[in-house]
Design a protein around this ligand. Structure first.
Ligand SMILES: Cc1cc2nc3c(=O)[nH]c(=O)nc-3n(C[C@H](O)[C@H](O)[C@H](O)COP(=O)(O)OP(=O)(O)OC[C@H]3O[C@@H](n4cnc5c(N)ncnc54)[C@H](O)[C@@H]3O)c2cc1C
Length: 433
């Protein structure tokens, strides 16, 4: 692709997580031409990074990879990865998006994903994709089932030794690549920009980032994943198998001091899921969930919770006050139990913070679509048309509009695609008249 190109599509989908992919596939199946713009180097969003999913405990990547492949191979879908959205505006009947593709320093057309560059690269960098528990190279493919299977160079850590260039069989390495600005014109857009975890490092008393054996729930997803960093659950500080694991619920949700006063909806369920998976992989470990109240909101979810209790997972109704480093890598949790025992402390080998969910994207200054007071994209008819935004022809799906599980995300993505398809049909009818 060259700079300043204008590309025409029927629909633009911003975000290549499960919401964006489902919406894109539904539109493409109706013969609309769809552009998917994703900021990361691979599509798949958070779901491809999960271990197994509640309530069925299906392998997450086994469900997500076929969707990613379907989107990548669909003749009506074009994927744009490593892309930043600079602006998304309406110009008359068109939606115009200005996009900047960051350089991979690897030619997309030439790279065959053979990974020889990665094997040859001498630089090791902490791997965020594996919860920072293992390392990747400075030239790398983000993860084993990433789509597209195209390498990229992490310029912050590359030493320009030239070894990748020498070993590349297709001469794909290009240290001189520049960012490419291009414009996408479409008639409709779906915003599926998803979420990030709430910044619990700001809550100093929970020790995140300071105590090695305090981790977040996405890091635990990686420890539990079949292709995770250790292939088993070990605590990060010393590689010991943890005998006692605690979950701290609402660590970054329902907490006004962090600016996240709402419930993030999925944390109770993912903590219960992870606790069940842990009791499978570490049958002798004690697993305790400190919670304020359990919100098992979906179909079959209450039964899932009851199953966890029957498996021996301990639920302690308490508000955790502080988390401190104890002796020999242990972690001390200080909490106020709601059963009248008052303030108590307990030591654990590993503590997992069930962190809340905040929006993955702030439209301010980029797109005139409004956000709600909780900063998720505002939906103007939440009851009867939950995907409608206040910008004509622009819809939203998934966690971009508020915290939700995968079932609701997929349903909403289908609804957003339907609204977009209806909008496109109306435009075509007006044109024909
Ligand atoms: C620890 C944890 C465990 C979970 N486990 C489960 C479970 O077992 N079962 C379940 O039902 N749910 C679970 N969930 C919830 C599930 O992850 C979400 O429902 C689902 O991932 C939402 O998908 P999404 O596409 O809306 O968002 P995301 O997965 O966040 O995807 C959004 C995509 O948009 C991209 N993006 C963001 N901004 C931009 C931009 N400006 N330009 C371009 N691209 C952009 C992002 O890079 C990302 O790829 C879990 C959540 C967590 C945190």
């Amino acid at each position: 692709m060259e700079s300043n190109q204008v590309l025409n599509f029927d629909a633009l989908v911003v975000g290549g997580g499960i919401a964006g992919l489902q919406a894109a596939i539904d539109l493409a199946d109706q013969n609309f031409k769809v552009a998917v713009v994703e900021k990361d180097a691979s599509i798949g969003g958070k779901m491809i990074r999960l271990s197994k999913v509640f309530p069925t405990l299906d392998c997450s990547s086994c469900i997500t990879t076929p969707k990613m492949a379907e989107a990548a191979h669909h003749e009506n879908i074009t994927l744009f990865t490593c892309c930043d959205l600079s602006s998304l505006k309406r110009n008359g009947k068109d939606i115009t998006a200005v996009v900047t593709q960051r350089p991979r320093y690897v030619d997309q057309e030439k790279c065959i994903g053979c990974r020889r560059c990665e094997y040859r690269c001498p630089v090791y960098v902490s791997d965020k994709e594996q919860g920072e528990f293992s390392a990747r190279k400075a030239v790398y493919i983000p993860f084993s089932n990433a789509i597209p299977q195209i390498a990229l160079i992490d310029v912050e850590h590359c030493m320009l030794c030239g070894k990748c260039e020498k070993v590349c069989p297709t001469e794909a390495i290009n240290y001189f690549q520049k960012p490419i600005d291009f414009t996408i014109k479409a008639k409709t857009a779906i915003l599926a920009t998803g979420f990030e975890l709430s910044p619990v490092e700001n809550k100093q008393q929970y020790g995140m980032g300071k105590i090695p054996n305090v981790i977040d729930a996405l890091q635990m997803e990686r420890l539990l994943a079949p292709h995770g960093p250790y292939n088993r659950v070990l605590r990060p500080s010393d590689g010991m198998e943890p005998d006692s694991i605690a979950y701290v619920q609402c660590a970054g949700s329902r907490d006004k001091s962090m600016g996240v006063s709402y419930c993030s909806r999925v944390c109770c369920m993912y903590a219960i899921k992870q606790a069940m998976l842990l009791s499978g992989s570490l049958p002798l470990a004690d697993i305790i969930i400190y919670y304020m109240d359990i919100r098992a909101f979906g179909k079959g979810y209450e039964q899932f919770y009851q199953n966890a209790k029957a498996m021996g997972i301990e639920f302690v109704r308490a508000k955790v006050a502080t988390i401190d480093a104890g002796e020999n890598g242990s972690v001390t949790v200080r909490y106020e139990a709601q059963d009248g025992e008052g303030v108590t402390t307990s030591d654990h080998d590993l503590v997992v913070l069930s962190m809340g969910i905040i929006p993955g994207w702030n439209p301010e200054g980029v797109c005139p679509v409004s956000a709600s007071t909780d900063r998720f994209i505002k939906t103007i008819q939440p009851k009867i048309s939950p995907t409608l935004t206040d910008m004509e022809g622009v819809f939203t799906a998934g966690v971009a509009a508020g915290p939700k599980d995968i079932v609701d995300t997929i349903t909403e993505a289908g609804a957003a695609a339907m609204e977009a398809s209806k909008y496109l049909s109306e435009i075509h009818r007006d044109h024909a008249a």
